[in-house]
Design a protein around this ligand. Structure first.
Ligand code: GDP
Ligand code: MN
Length: 382
């Protein structure tokens, strides 16, 4: 789960990191009162969306105080397209209004989970800001899970990226705080870009990106309550509400499977047969016919889907419930698709019998390989 910049900054401030004075507004009417709480002649107006690269796309603008209201009126309720959003952009429902920071340098620092090493990793660079991606790769410092982090490592890292004087210890402190924050919030990613070096010779967090591990949200209730569902694909939100795992891809075969392993194998076999999955939806273990029907309805609401492949290896899941759900869903499909079904395991005969009796035109096979081949052919209109 991703946080907005203003939520990330509130979290940083809680941990004692320096953040600029700022106010969030969601309505144009609130702007006048909000800017009265800010100091200075100018204001940084920042569109709050779950994507970066806003700077280059006009989503971060420094304007005189008396122009904030007009800019807010033009921006709130629109969609912002950046290099990191899809072509239709993300909705701007909130603006962060901040006191400008005068920077003498823009650094990059992040704490990420390195899945290959199975450790957290600090990334740091003196070339932060909007050009970070094009700059030299950041310096990497793995954090040993057992030994933890020692302050000298932060100071060495600071020197490695070219800092000197009192910035060295201050940078080390920021790294230590990032590691603590990452661990305590179950974050997969905590990124500060840019970390500004101010004229006064201190640091200021000018942008923040935080991604919390969804699997840990049960114990991060406060952060979970900050979720902004308007920033995600409605299909993802529907799947979440139904407790289904839904992954959108870019092909044309919609896949209903049970279990992540079987999903991967299904993707591989579709690719082997020369096709591309449009998505996959994992119905998981103990499911009901109703839930299967909801899952299928969700799956085909993707307009790219030309064929549905149902691949179930029934262990805990019963094939007859899957078939029942499939029939329920098919009755309310708004368009017709070829449906290919591989349904084996518990109550296989009962499931296949239900399908056969329904009169629904489905290709049924026990072979996963064959199911993938048929689905690819059907998606091509064969
Ligand atoms: P992003 O493009 O979505 O990552 O948005 P950022 O918040 O990182 O803003 C992009 C760029 O705008 C930063 O790299 C800075 O150069 C600039 N910027 C953002 N906030 C301020 C500020 O308070 N003062 C100044 N001078 N520049 C800012
Ligand atoms: Mn940024």
């Amino acid at each position: 789960m991703r946080l907005h910049e203003y939520q990330a900054k509130a979290l940083f401030a809680q941990y004692g990191l320096p953040t600029p004075g700022g106010v969030v507004v969601t309505k144009g009417d609130d702007v006048d009162a909000a800017v009265k709480r800010l100091h200075g002649s100018h204001c940084v107006v920042k569109s709050q969306i779950h994507a970066g690269a806003r700077g280059k796309a006009g989503g971060v603008q420094v304007v005189p105080m008396n122009e904030v209201a007009a800019l807010a009126a033009r921006t709130l309720g629109t969609r912002l397209v950046t290099g990191q959003t899809g072509p239709s952009g993300q909705p701007v429902n909130a603006l962060l209004l901040e006191e400008p920071v005068v920077a003498v340098a823009e650094l990059y620092v992040a704490c990420v989970l390195d899945r290959r090493l199975g450790q957290r990793m600090i990334l740091a660079s003196a070339e932060g800001g909007i050009g970070f991606e094009e700059g030299r790769p950041p310096v990497r410092l793995p954090i040993d899970s057992l030994r933890g982090f020692s302050p000298y490592q932060g100071r060495m890292l600071a020197k490695e990226i070219g800092l000197s004087g009192r910035l060295v210890a201050a940078f080390g402190d920021i790294v230590a705080t990032l590691i603590e924050l990452t661990a305590q919030t179950d974050a997969l990613l905590v990124e500060i870009n840019p970390l500004m070096v101010t004229e006064a010779g201190g640091f200021m967090v000018a942008d923040g990106k935080v991604e919390i591990d969804d699997n840990a949200l049960f114990r991060q209730a406060r952060l979970n309550s900050e979720r902004d569902p308007n920033q995600s694909d409605p299909k993802d939100e529907q799947a979440r509400a139904l407790n289904l795992q839904y992954i959108a891809l870019d092909g044309d075969i919609g896949c209903l499977v049970n279990g992540a392993g079987l999903a991967m194998a299904t993707m591989d076999l579709i690719a082997l047969a020369g096709g591309r999955p449009a998505n996959f939806l994992d119905v998981g273990g103990g499911t009901t016919a109703h839930k299967v029907a909801e899952a299928l309805t969700l799956l085909v609401s993707d307009s790219n889907v030309k064929t549905v492949l149902v691949n179930i290896f029934g262990g805990i899941v019963r094939c007859d419930l899957i078939a029942e759900g499939l029939l329920l869903a098919a009755a309310r499909f708004e368009r017709t698709f070829p449906i290919v079904v591989r349904l084996v395991g518990t109550k296989r005969e009962a499931g296949q019998q239900l399908l056969a009796q329904s009169g629904l035109a489905v290709d049924v096979t026990d072979s996963l390989e064959e199911a993938a081949q048929i689905a690819v052919a059907r998606a091509r209109g064969l």
